[in-house]
Design a protein around this ligand. Structure first.
Ligand code: NIG
Length: 407
């Protein structure tokens, strides 16, 4: 099976080494007008007026921008139920944390997920994956974390695995074992159980899966997260952490010390700790849809990039703090509120998150790379960040196959 895209402005992102530190994240290595030839699921040539076998299906880009598909590296897209009543409470003035402290928030979704079957979770996730694909996401990370018991975490992870098999893009699962504290269980017993019973069970069925936790007052403490992560490392799992969403609890230096892969959120991080993170080999994952939906607070993406850090942006798609699966929306917000350039936002949505997820075969357009490509409606990539609220993606190609063509 082959396909050629003709006469595109091709953002290859292929000339500088990966991952991209600091402002180098914005080096897009654009080819003014070029063709991309795809054989099976990979790019086999990039160049001008490429000769291809007679009868090869063709997409005429007409000068529009062709770029790598988005890699959304932080989502909670597997859930049941909704949080519409809580959203209305927030519109009337209640905060996310007040709702959480009253037993709602993440725990509302935990109750809905525990009551749902694995099949229901799978169907819900497939619908959300399709929506993400339509807006250009060809690789997506999906966390568990709404089960919070051994059986329910495994149910979520199995649903994520089953949905992944039905989707033309790539799903990377993460075991979010420290997402909240179950109010029905003594906190010490609960944390011990997640570490000593749930983690080994997850390890048995999903060896090597990244392990995550939410370090926040009212959620897991820094010491509890560290205990989980040390055990996860002993079992061979990489770790990631949600830190400083509302409160800075010292998780950033602890994550650097532990050798986590990424620290995600960072809205409340002090500048010294952000500088330390920028100087480390950990990725920062910033989630601007959260600030848009919750409270107008955004992580300092500009400061992090200026200090030479490894930056990713992601949607954080979830029912509570960011009901959004659109990477173009995350980019539009990162540029306005994180003060990134459009080019930096593009690199932080493609090559860097691909590297964070250890998927070195995507995030650039180059010979041998996986053919996960999107053709924008625009001839200038800055429109991706400037325009918002309208789908900017005309054609989606996942694994060499055209999955969506928007008229
Ligand atoms: O990253 N903060 C923790 N987890 C999610 C929110 C999940 C939810 O509200 O259901 C986040 O924002």
């Amino acid at each position: 099976m082959s396909l050629v895209v003709r006469d595109a402005r091709v953002l290859t992102l292929a000339r500088a080494p990966r991952p991209r530190r600091g402002a180098a994240v914005g080096e897009l290595s654009a080819l003014e007008i070029a063709d991309v030839f795809i054989t099976d699921d990979a790019v086999s040539a990039v160049g001008n007026s490429l000769p291809v076998p007679r009868g090869t299906p063709e997409v005429d880009a007409g000068g529009r921008v062709l770029m790598p598909g988005f890699v959304d590296c932080h989502t909670h897209a597997c859930w049941a139920g909704d949080r519409l009543d809580e959203w209305e409470m927030r519109l009337r003035g209640a905060t996310y944390q007040e709702i959480q402290a009253a037993g709602g928030g993440i725990m509302s979704t935990v109750r809905a997920v525990r009551a749902a079957s694995q099949d229901e979770l799978e169907e819900n996730l497939v619908r959300r994956l399709d929506a993400a694909l339509r807006s250009g996401t060809t690789t997506i990370e999906v966390k568990s974390g709404y089960g919070l018991s051994t059986a329910d975490e495994l149910k979520m992870l199995r649903a994520i695995r089953a949905a992944a098999e039905r989707w033309p893009g790539t799903v990377v699962p993460t075991a979010l074992l420290g997402h909240a504290l179950d109010p029905d269980v003594d906190p010490r017993v609960f944390v011990d159980r997640m570490i000593n019973e749930t983690l080994p069970a997850v390890h048995g069925e999903f060896p090597g899966i990244p392990v995550d936790a939410f370090c926040e007052s009212g959620a897991w403490s820094r010491d509890e997260c560290c205990r989980l992560f040390e055990r996860a490392h002993e079992l061979g799992h990489p770790v990631r952490v949600h830190a400083d969403q509302f409160t800075s609890l010292g998780m950033v230096p602890a994550a650097i010390h532990l050798g986590a892969r990424s620290v995600d959120h960072l809205e409340a991080t002090r500048s010294g700790e952000l500088a330390a993170l920028a100087a480390s080999n950990l990725f920062a994952v910033m989630l601007p849809c959260c600030g848009f939906h919750l409270d107008g607070r955004y992580a300092d993406a500009r400061g992090f990039v200026d200090r030479g850090g490894l930056l990713c942006i992601a949607t954080n798609c979830n029912p509570g703090s960011a009901p959004c699966s659109s990477m173009p929306m995350a980019i539009a917000l990162a540029v306005r509120h994180g003060r990134l350039t459009p080019e930096e936002a593009i690199g932080a949505a493609t090559i860097n998150p691909a590297t964070l997820l250890a998927l070195h075969d995507r995030g650039t357009i180059d010979r041998g790379q996986r053919a996960d490509l999107i053709l924008l409606r625009h001839t200038d990539e800055r429109m991706l960040a400037c325009e918002f609220g309208a789908g900017p993606v005309d054609v989606v190609i996942a694994g060499g196959r055209v999955t969506h063509t928007h008229p």
